[in-house]
Design a protein around this ligand. Structure first.
Ligand code: NDP
Ligand code: GDR
Length: 344
């Protein structure tokens, strides 16, 4: 039985990846950090929390000694480093913690792999946020990096560390540069889920207005469940490398808002500009969306659109779910959750 460690089992991607690897017959060691209250709702929603082949291990990314401990104890064939301080907004207020967790955290794992067993295959969750300021459209593995947040900077450190350990020590260390991927398991601090949860609440009369920041930002949004399959494929081929996963389509946050309201049969009309912009229900004229500058970031990533041709060619990976379908899936799930007592 193959053994894999997935860091950050309480997160969106790790939950889907654990499900995928369990279905493929792996023994999965999912790591979580100690917090005052447990946070396993995602693996519970997927119904894998009691799977005897899913073992949960306590591990904090910044604790090098724990990296040595879990790798020595588990003796895995594969490690997927999905844990991170992953919220761009918070990285501006907690830049040092973000650097330690998201940047150094990856190097801790690489160091432990190098000294315990250099044959372990390592996946690093890199991000389109490393491209940051637009230097090419679409962005691919050759596009120059220009991160625009402490999160992007920390991820770039981890990306280069991964490549450096590959070149210096011949580790099978691969970096997946993934563009935004969403799902009903997305955290509510991220904009898509914030929108779908609010649309559900507004529809059910539990919320009046949705407040957002920069709605002009354009993102390449795909479906998380398909992206974790790409991660798995990256560790099954003969050589390590760098791969972009993306849909090659881009839409604004505003488009996503309209799409989400459409899923509950509300047509939004937009009025005003920038901080004065509002979105109104076309039928009743009621204001449902307002801009709140509190959600603006000190520096923004304006436009992301990825070219995943390399992943298509080498991994035979292709995204299937379109954004409208994904958005409808998320709204439907949030309606269900809000009707049944609440959301996570
Ligand atoms: P989530 O925010 O859903 O999950 C992040 C996970 O990291 C959580 O389990 C969290 O634990 C854990 N974590 C945070 N800090 C620590 C720490 N100090 N020690 C151990 N664990 C920690 O992220 P996603 O699932 O969306 O993303 C997975 C990875 O992919 C992340 O690294 C992210 O940066 C990256 N990425 C994500 C993209 C996306 O669009 N989703 C795109 C590109 C890259 P807790 O629950 O306790 O907070
Ligand atoms: P992002 O995702 O920063 O791309 O990082 P997020 O959903 O947080 O923001 C996307 C865009 O929406 C704009 N925005 C808002 N964002 C949030 N969170 N809340 C708001 O109210 C709001 N209003 C407008 C943002 O300014 C931004 O332009 C995600 C994370 O998963 C990272 O970990 C990952 O690396 C990247 O995707 C790829």
């Amino acid at each position: 039985m193959k053994k894999a460690i997935i860091t950050g089992i309480t997160g969106q991607d790790a939950a889907y990846l654990a499900e995928l690897l369990l279905n493929k017959g792996y023994k999965v060691y999912g790591t979580y950090r100690r917090t005052s209250s447990t946070n396993f709702w995602r693996i519970e929603e997927l119904g894998i929390e009691n799977n005897p082949n899913l073992i949960l291990l306590e591990y904090d990314l910044i604790d090098l000694s724990s990296a040595y401990r879990i790798i020595s104890e588990v003796e895995p064939e594969e490690i997927y480093n999905l844990a991170a301080q992953s919220f761009v907004g918070v990285s501006f207020t907690q830049p040092i913690a973000t650097a330690q967790i998201t940047g150094i955290g990856a190097m801790n794992l690489l160091e432990a792999i190098r000294s315990i067993n250099p044959k372990i295959r390592f996946y690093q969750a890199s991000t389109s946020e490393m491209f940051g300021k637009v230097h090419a459209i679409p962005q691919n593995e050759e596009t120059p990096f220009h991160p625009r947040s402490p999160y992007g900077v920390a991820k770039l450190f981890a990306h280069w560390a991964t490549l450096n350990y590959q070149e210096s020590y011949n580790l099978f260390a691969t970096s997946g540069i993934l563009f935004n991927h969403e799902s009903p398991l997305r955290g509510k601090e991220f904009v898509t889920r914030k929108i779908t949860d609010s649309v559900a609440k507004i529809h059910l009369g539990k919320q009046e207005v949705l407040e957002l920041g920069n709605m002009d930002a354009k993102r390449d949004w795909g479906y998380a469940k398909e992206y974790v399959d790409g991660m798995y494929r990256m560790l099954q081929i003969d050589e390590p490398g760098t791969f972009v996963l993306a849909t090659n389509k881009t839409q604004t946050v505003r488009d996503f808002v309209s799409m989400a309201f459409k899923a509950v049969d509300v047509d939004i009309v937009w009025e005003g500009k920038e901080e004065k912009e509002v979105g109104k229900d076309n039928d009743s004229g009621k204001v449902l969306i307002k801009v709140n500058p509190q959600f603006y970031r000190p520096a923004e990533v304006d436009l992301l659109i990825g070219d995943a041709s390399k992943a298509n060619e080498i991994l035979n990976w292709k995204p299937k779910t379109g954004l409208t379908e994904l958005c409808e899936m998320m709204v439907k799930k949030d309606l269900e959750r809000n009707q049944n007592g609440g959301t996570f």
